[in-house]
Design a protein. Structure first.
Lengths: 145, 145
DNA sequence: TAAATAAAGGACAAAAAACTCTTTTATTTT
DNA sequence: AAAATAAAAGAGTTTTTTGTCCTTTATTTA
């Protein structure tokens, strides 16, 4: 088990892929995305349908159609994707799975995990999707395997 | 989805419970543990069977039996429990789920997550189970709901 | 030594997550 | 307008995780 669900991992990789392609202009089809981020095509299609409905990515049907991202979408924080798919539990949930865990009624690990959660939250909220385009273009980072 | 699997959450809570009871001497039965940490009894029984086999907790059958922990077990780091159940992916895994993600072949989030992973690892490896007994005894922390 | 107790073990069942396939709808190109 | 293209939608299946129940084994106590 990772930090994110598998669905969320695929989503993030796909969005990075689309963003990087969009920055070169043009749309990209599901087949190319799926193979580009090494994920199951039909499953990823469902995920992107969902992200498209939510306006996190854009899509167009028909010839020359595909997925792409508007300027505004490129400037979204990563937290939009994560929260859309995995919810906000990663930011707010209790490490021991307690529902009622707070400063006033803490689990043993409550204080230990505050910093970690804040750091994750800060990272995801203050990093935009497009920030990763350059390194992807230069081949410095990868989205496969 | 939390940081840990549900199984691991139950395990941590149960171990804290046993540790805290053990510090008062004596063994504690599965029924009491399950209700004490608000988790499904039969499921938790399986989890504790596993932890017992691995020597993370101790158990005794028969009347006056139950689960308990030896001195040495109380001094284990939390990472023993987490790693036994969820594996080491939380320490080493890639945030985007890539198998081959490293300094030399990084995913876009590789560097962003290094600190976070290190912090989680440090926390779990440098915190022992018994450290939480005092606050539990004083009722300052909770393991339920 | 028989009865009672409590964990261990085995074998399922239910729910959630991950994944697949087929049909429909929208759009473009010819 | 017809054909071709590509996402959307619907309806599954498979796998993994979570959870349950019943029988067996070990230990203690009467």
């Amino acid at each position: 088990m990772g930090i994110f669900s598998k669905t969320c991992e695929y989503a993030l990789r796909a969005v990075f892929f689309i963003a990087h392609r969009t920055s070169e202009g043009g749309r990209v089809g599901i087949k190319e995305i799926a193979s580009g981020v090494d994920s199951p095509e039909y499953f990823l299609a469902k995920i992107l349908q969902d992200l498209s409905k939510r306006g996190i990515v854009q899509s167009a049907k028909g010839p020359n159609g595909g997925f792409y991202m508007e300027e505004k979408a490129l400037k979204q924080p990563l937290s939009n994707i994560v929260q859309a798919i995995d919810g906000k539990s990663i930011f707010t949930g209790c490490a021991l799975g307690l529902e009622i865990c707070s400063e006033k009624n803490p689990c043993p690990l409550h204080n230990e995990f505050i910093d970690i959660r804040n750091q994750i939250q800060h990272l995801l909220q203050n990093t935009t999707i497009e920030e990763f385009n350059e390194d992807l273009n230069l081949g410095l980072t990868t989205l496969k395997k």
